[in-house]
Ligand binder design. Structure first.
Ligand SMILES: Cc1cc2nc3c(=O)[nH]c(=O)nc-3n(C[C@H](O)[C@H](O)[C@H](O)COP(=O)(O)OP(=O)(O)OC[C@H]3O[C@@H](n4cnc5c(N)ncnc54)[C@H](O)[C@@H]3O)c2cc1C
Length: 430
């Protein structure tokens, strides 16, 4: 156990906006070791995946659990197309492990650096009508409660723990295994291209119906948007190009100029869109979904009723355009299917997902404070892993099964060991 308990030093999230110095890092080598750590300790416990959440979910000065030794596939069911993996498995490993089994993840988001439990923990999602978030695909999970009890949950056994645990923010205990519903493995063809923003807004509903995955990025200070669509394909995979314009590095540089020199953001956005050339490639789904994200930013995202999404985007764009805020990163617009996970932002409704970003060299608050009330007006629920300012009283109004989820949490963690200050503010009603 000596190797798995220690002071690894500072914990930081991906964007650097959250930082903590845990008294102890726990890196158990087995479930049994994790159970013993929980049973033989006292005080606050938080669990982190890959640290890619922007919000303060994982911060603790107490015990920080990190499951980098609990990775890999446990089992699979070839008939049901399900697979069980250890909670610490990074998504980029999971896709590659599933391929030889003939399985593929139903959907993925913009990157694949997250851990499996971290992605489920906040309802991480991609885009596509009828395609749910990661937590919507959870068929079973194993949870170790803060007192060290081991609970296996699925639709037949401990189903309340499944409904509360599929999106749990790490507030019920530590999840060690997750069973996901997958589908037959598949290739995707990607097409990314520029269009006038007005044309994108007017045609997006059709675009979303016509493609398995559709999304767009709208720049606030140009009239053009980048559209990305993905569809299943049986074409031969595209060879890796010998040279790729490092778009992400250009985004980083132009962001620094736009934020450093007043009045240059429109020019930089025109430069970026001017440099954009159409992307077309084909490959295995898990290789096509993720994109490089080397340029660091902070992000706010809300999930709104699908039918109001485009109206909301227009209001957000008009509001930012009227402001004098410096901003380079585009807004991202996606769609996500309804699910029945109690604390999923997609609970009970097909959703439009709108995210806004600010490069880390600039204070994100003026932009996020300007836009957040617009999301509220449209009935938005915040992405748990991204920045927002709502508290438990406001969130409880947005989640029909809030009380059921709270009852499960209070039963499994009566002392509130899994709550840091951020989670107490999010989950505990005054
Ligand atoms: C560059 C970038 C791109 C992104 N793109 C997308 C996107 O396309 N779509 C999207 O929806 N989100 C996206 N996100 C957000 C990200 O997917 C989520 O914040 C996700 O939760 C991060 O996963 P993680 O493994 O880093 O978990 P962490 O951020 O470390 O943890 C997330 C939550 O899961 C809990 N958790 C982790 N492991 C366990 C466990 N074993 N047991 C119980 N609870 C656990 C934590 O306590 C915490 O509450 C992006 C983030 C970044 C930085």
């Amino acid at each position: 156990m000596a190797e798995s308990v220690g002071a690894l030093g500072v914990w930081r999230n991906w964007s650097g906006s959250q930082r903590a110095v845990p008294a102890r890092w726990w890196r158990p080598g087995s479930e049994g070791e994790l159970v013993a750590l929980l049973q033989d300790s006292a005080g606050e416990v938080r669990v982190t995946g890959a640290g890619h959440s922007f919000s303060a979910l994982c911060k603790t000065a107490g015990n920080l659990v990190f499951l980098d030794h609990l990775t890999g596939l446990v089992s699979h069911d070839a008939e049901q197309l399900t697979a069980t993996a250890m909670a610490g498995t990074p998504l980029h490993q999971l896709g590659a492990l599933l391929w030889p089994l003939g399985q593929g993840l139903i959907n993925q988001g913009d990157i694949d650096a997250q851990s499996l439990a971290g992605a489920c923990g906040t309802s991480t999602h991609g885009t596509g009508l009828g395609l749910g978030a990661f937590s919507a695909q959870v068929r079973a999970l194993r949870l170790i409660t803060p007192s060290g009890e081991v609970i296996d949950a699925d639709a037949e056994h401990n189903s309340d723990v499944l409904h509360a645990g599929a999106t749990s923010l790490g507030a019920l205990g530590v999840i060690t295994c997750i069973t996901l519903q997958n589908r037959p493995c598949y290739q995707l063809a990607e097409r990314e291209y520029l269009l006038p923003l007005r044309e994108v807004l007017d045609s997006f509903e059709q675009l979303a119906r016509d493609n398995r995955h559709a999304e767009f990025w709208a720049f606030f200070r140009t009239d053009r948007a980048v559209v990305k669509v993905l569809n299943e394909s049986t074409e031969a995979p595209t060879p890796k190009p010998r040279f790729n314009l490092p778009v992400d590095k250009v985004l980083d540089l132009t962001s620094r100029i736009a934020h450093g020199i007043g009045g240059t953001d429109a020019l930089m956005q025109r430069l970026l869109t001017g440099l954009h050339s159409e992307v077309r490639r084909v490959g295995r789904s898990h290789e096509i979904f993720p994109s490089p994200r080397a340029s660091r930013f902070n992000e706010m995202e809300y999930e709104l009723p699908l039918e109001r999404g485009l109206e909301c985007v227009e209001e957000v764009i008009a509001t930012v355009q009227r402001s004098s805020l410096r901003t380079l990163f585009p807004l991202e617009y996606r769609t996500v299917a309804a699910d029945d996970v109690w604390l999923s932002p997609f609970y009970g409704r097909d959703s439009a997902s709108i995210s806004i970003h600010q490069h880390i060299c600039s204070d994100y608050r003026p932009l996020f404070d300007l836009v957040e009330p617009i999301f509220w007006k449209y009935g938005g629920r915040p992405h748990w892993g991204k920045l927002h300012s709502l508290d438990a009283a406001q969130l409880a109004e947005l989640y029909p099964r809030w009380d059921d989820a709270a009852r499960v949490r209070e039963r499994l963690d009566p002392q509130g060991r899994m709550l840091n200050e951020h989670l107490r503010n999010l989950l505990v009603l005054p």
